[in-house]
Design a protein around this ligand. Structure first.
Ligand code: 5GP
Ligand code: ZN
Length: 112
């Protein structure tokens, strides 16, 4: 499997971990687009948000349940933005479901 995020989960590629539990990993983005930029992923390979359905949506709930703690651990104190790029029009570059947490500064009012 040549998935970069699966390799990060397996420890084959190093990452700056912010949070980890049995099903979720959060680490600093290698190319930050805000002063604090964390990527949250399920440990299991799911290609994108478009692959979420009733049988696997528990992982999405677990990720969202962990995001407030992840934001605190990343030392975000004044709000944050959560983004998941899904598919070509959204410029998804890594085909493993992930949520960006962006914070640490006043962000643009625009989301695009
Ligand atoms: P996407 O464009 O798919 O929404 O986001 C993928 C993100 O993964 C990008 O922000 C990119 O900087 C980040 N990324 C890609 N490869 C690596 C890596 O090897 N390590 C880390 N920490 N982040 C990565
Ligand atoms: Zn993967």
């Amino acid at each position: 499997m040549d998935c970069i995020f699966c390799m990060i989960v397996d420890g084959k590629i190093p990452s700056s971990k912010v949070y980890e539990d049995e099903s979720i990993l959060a680490f600093k983005d290698i190319n930050p687009q805000a002063p604090i930029h964390v990527v949250v992923i399920p440990k299991e390979h799911i290609a994108s948000l478009d692959e979420i359905n009733a049988s696997n949506s528990d992982i999405a709930a677990k990720i969202f349940a962990a995001i407030p703690e992840i934001a605190k651990k990343a030392e975000i104190t004044n709000g944050y933005r959560v983004i998941s790029n899904c598919g070509p029009d959204a410029c998804q570059s890594v085909k493993h479901l992930h949520f960006h947490i962006l914070g640490g500064a006043q962000l643009s009012e625009r989301m695009t």
